[in-house]
Each structure stands twice: as C-alpha cells, then as structure tokens.
Write a protein that binds this ligand. Structure first.
Ligand SMILES: Cc1ncc(COP(=O)(O)O)c(C=O)c1O
Length: 482
C-alpha cells in the first residue's frame, strides 16, 4: 500500500502525477535510493510547478517540499493527530502524513480525516466483535441457530439479573411478543408513558390492545406512578414502564400498583441496559423486560432485541411464539400461531462481544456526559439527575434548556446542525402525533414541558471527536450568549 504513495527523487513530474492519480490520495512521499524520506509532494505542488512553466520531464527533486509534517513510528495516535491538527490550524488542509523509523526510513503512513459531521451515535465495534462475527460466519451457522445465540442469551440474562433470556429480531418485537405471551389483546388496556419512542405504542397496537397514554414525572422523565393509578380501569391489564434515556422508573411504586390491581408489567429497557433500581437491574422487576440492540443503543447487534424473565413458563412461551409457534418436541408441528422474531447467530456474535465491554462502554459514556457538563457549566442547560435508589446509565447525553423562550432549543439544534453536529430534539409526545393522540385522555403537562426543551447530543466513543465537538459547541453557544 505504501508503494502507491512513494516515488524516487529521480522520478519526473509526469511520473509522480501518475502515481498520485492512481493512489487518489493527493500526495506522494519522496525517498532516495535507500528508502530514506526526503520530502513530500502534493498534486497542488505539481499543479503550481506546471503553472510556473516547469516541464513535465523535470525531476521531482526540483519542486520537493522539504518543510513537511512527518510522524515517527513511536508516536501515539494522539500525537500523530496533533501533528495534523497543527497544520490544519495553520489553514493547511492535510489528512495524511508519512511515518519514518529511527533511521528516517519510510515505513508507513497515517491518515486522519478531519471529521466535519458528528452524528448522535456511532457504534464502537472495537473489541471481539469482528473476531466473533467472522467465527460465526465461518461456522456457516448464519441463521438463528448457533452457539453465539445460546451464549449471548445466557450472558445477557445473567447480566440483567434474570434467569432466562430470549433473543429476538428487535426491541419492538420483544415488546410485542411479551404482550402476546402474557395474553394481552383485544379489549385490554395497557398503560404507557407519553414520552417514549413509538416502538412502545406500536407494540401495544400490534397486539390489538388499547394503549392508554399517561404523563411522566418531571424529575425522572419516566412514567409517573400517580398518573398510572389515576388511569387504571376495569380493562387495564398491563403497564409498560419505559426506562427513558438511561434513567430508571420508580419500580417500587409501579410493582405495588401492579400487585394491588393485578396488572402485568413489561419493562421497556431499550435505552437502559444495565441501569439499576435499589441494586437490581432493570428488566428483572416486571414479568418480562425488553431490550433493543439497535445500532445507536448502549450495546448493539445492528438490529436485535431480548426478552428477559424469571419465569420458566414465560420463557417457554416466548420461545414458542418467537419461532412460528413450532413445538419444541415435534419439529414442524405448530402449536400456536407464532411469529418469526428470531435473532441470527451473526447478530448474537456481535452482541456477545459488546456485552464483554459493557462496563467500559458505560464508563466512557459517563465521561462524555461529564465533558458536556463541563463545556456547558455556565449556561442554562440542565442534565439528567442522579435520583435516590436509582443508578441510571448514559444512553444519549440529554440536556434540557431551562429558559426555552421562543423555541430557542430548536434554533440551537439548527445552529449545531449547520456546524456539523447532529443534536436531536427529545421524542415528540405520542399524544402530539395524529395517529396516536386518541389514546391520550388529557394534556400531559410534564411530558409537554420536557419534550419541548430537551436535546440529545452526540454520544460515542471517540475522544478526538469530542475535542472537535467541544470547540464547535463553545462557538455556537458563545454566539447565542453574545
Ligand atoms: C424506548 C424504546 N422502546 C422501544 C424501542 C424499539 O426498539 P427497536 O428499534 O429495536 O425495535 C426503542 C428503540 O428504538 C426505544 O427507544
């Protein structure tokens, strides 16, 4: 590869132009006959030489740029990036530098793209993901049987303080399957919070049940137990508390209500892998806990989900319905009308590798939140609260603009977007959407307030990006405050 990037002092301009044309990197490193690095030539250098009437036959040594940036084999990644950034700060747009050893021999190159777009999430697949994925691939078990499925289900349920784990195609399928196996359907009411992703309500509607949308608690942004109790009718069969944005619902009060009114509880843990209430993991309180492993989640399998439970009966039922309702003992004999909600062995391989690093992932995500807290310390932004008895996790960093006059939040989101940072407004309220509004019976003022002033910021494992984000955010927010 380095070969495409190298020429000799005796090559002509035309020859070097051809090399640069082929490598498409806009640059060529120039060495002598002993592979000792002598300089760097860019396509711009050649263009300028030709405009200055240099002939295409002249030697590259005549136009050699000797004042170039060069990395050393012992330089850390950060040191190499720093070298590139120094040039960028001088308005010299470079993204690739040669690397030499102790004897000035050209041995490698380093490429760094000065990123200008920062999405809200990028999965970090830097552990054993590729290794396990290739292993699953090479085993030819690429559908929904295979060792990785069993291992991932086993390890994830254990991690979530539950006896059983049933992997599924995605988080919405996990919720739908849970409702079905708990016998919830037509004529039944299911209480859900107004502020959540639409997957929660879609699952209820796909089960042919009736969602009842209620308000949230302003401190936790999660479903308000008082509002749950107020909405219970003779038709209520279940509650779906959503552990929103990594925060934890008040599971004590919810479980007391469930017992009092004989209701099922399906925890929606799509955004809160590993979060805890009074020392127990989310997903282990209700009848079933449902997780999503979508690409932007705390841990991911690309698409994917999991139901966790402590009931062996529910475990059997979840497995039956997940797999077309096919009998466990009699293959191709179907006992019920089921679904194909299975996860593939390839997805489970990625999930297992992600789960191995979940503690580190949590730690990193908290450090990003802390960095944002530091950047925004003098402004009107509020971050998520650490509440008594709850140990939240950071999914996407969340902030609330406390003085959201004249839709200031939306203006800031659009300024950040203009500067390459994807900041997302909080979810629209279910009760504000035409398709769902009929399932809400009152104005949910807390949910309205939180949803209108919240934003999610890029939250992923790349400290380099955070440095760049920091400078952009400071610029955007400074402008706002000037
Ligand atoms: C709260 C919540 N519930 C349910 C889901 C649905 O999960 P999935 O996208 O994997 O179907 C998501 C995420 O996307 C979510 O954030």
């Amino acid at each position: 590869m380095i070969k495409n990037l190298t020429c000799n002092l005796n090559n002509t301009l035309l020859e070097v132009m051809n090399i640069i044309n082929e490598n498409s990197m806009g640059v060529c490193f120039v060495t002598d006959n002993n592979n000792s690095l002598k300089g760097v030539v860019t396509d711009g250098d050649i263009r300028r030489a030709i405009l200055n009437h240099k002939s295409l036959d002249s030697l590259i040594v005549d136009i050699l740029n000797k004042n170039f940036v060069c990395g050393h084999v012992d330089d850390s990644n950060d040191a190499l990036i720093e070298k590139i950034n120094e040039k960028i700060n001088e308005n010299i747009d470079i993204n690739i530098i040669p690397i030499v050893d102790q004897n000035n021999q050209l041995v490698d190159y380093f490429r760094y793209s000065h990123q200008s777009h920062f999405p809200v999430a990028i999965p970090n697949l830097g552990g054993n993901e590729f290794k396990y994925l290739t292993d699953a691939f090479l085993s030819t078990w690429i559908s929904s049987s295979g060792d990785y499925i069993d291992k991932f289900e086993d390890k994830f349920s254990n991690y979530s303080d539950c006896e059983y784990g049933v992997s599924v195609a995605n988080g919405t399928a996990a919720l739908h399957l849970s409702l079905v196996v708990l016998g919830i359907g037509k004529g039944d009411e299911v209480i859900i919070p107004d502020l959540t992703f639409a997957g929660t309500i879609n699952a209820v509607l796909h089960a042919n049940a009736t969602p009842v949308i209620v308000d949230i608690d302003e401190k936790s942004w999660c479903i308000d137990p008082k509002e749950i109790e107020r909405s219970i009718t003779s038709k209520t069969k279940a509650i779906i508390p959503v552990h929103l944005y990594g925060q934890v619902c008040d599971m004590d009060r919810i479980m007391i209500l469930a017992k009092k009114y004989n209701l099922k509880v399906i925890e929606d843990c799509a955004e809160a892998h590993g979060a805890m209430f009074k020392g127990n993991k989310v997903g282990s309180f209700g009848d079933i806990g449902c997780f999503s492993f979508y690409g932007n989640k705390v841990i991911t399998t690309g698409e994917g989900g999991m139901c966790v439970t402590n009931s062996s009966k529910l475990n059997d039922k979840l497995r039956l319905y997940r797999d077309h309702g096919m009998s466990k003992s009699k293959r191709y004999y179907h006992e019920v009308v089921g679904f194909n909600y299975r996860m593939t062995n390839l997805q489970a391989a990625i999930g297992l590798a992600q789960l191995e690093r979940i503690d580190e992932i949590h730690k990193n995500r908290f450090s990003y939140e802390n960095l944002y807290r530091k950047i925004m310390s003098n402004s009107n932004w509020e971050f998520q609260k650490d509440l008594k008895d709850r140990k939240r996790v950071v999914w996407l960093v969340c902030m609330l603009l406390t003085d959201n006059d004249n839709n200031e939040r939306d203006r800031l989101i659009s300024s950040l977007k203009d500067n390459g940072i994807e900041a997302r407004p909080f979810f629209y309220l279910l009760s504000d959407m035409e398709v769902f509004k009929k399932y809400s019976h009152k104005v949910n003022s807390s949910a309205k307030k939180i949803s209108s002033c919240g934003i999610n910021l890029p939250t992923y494992e790349s400290l380099m990006s955070l440095e760049q984000i920091e400078s952009i955010i400071k610029r955007v927010f400074k402008k706002k405050n000037d």
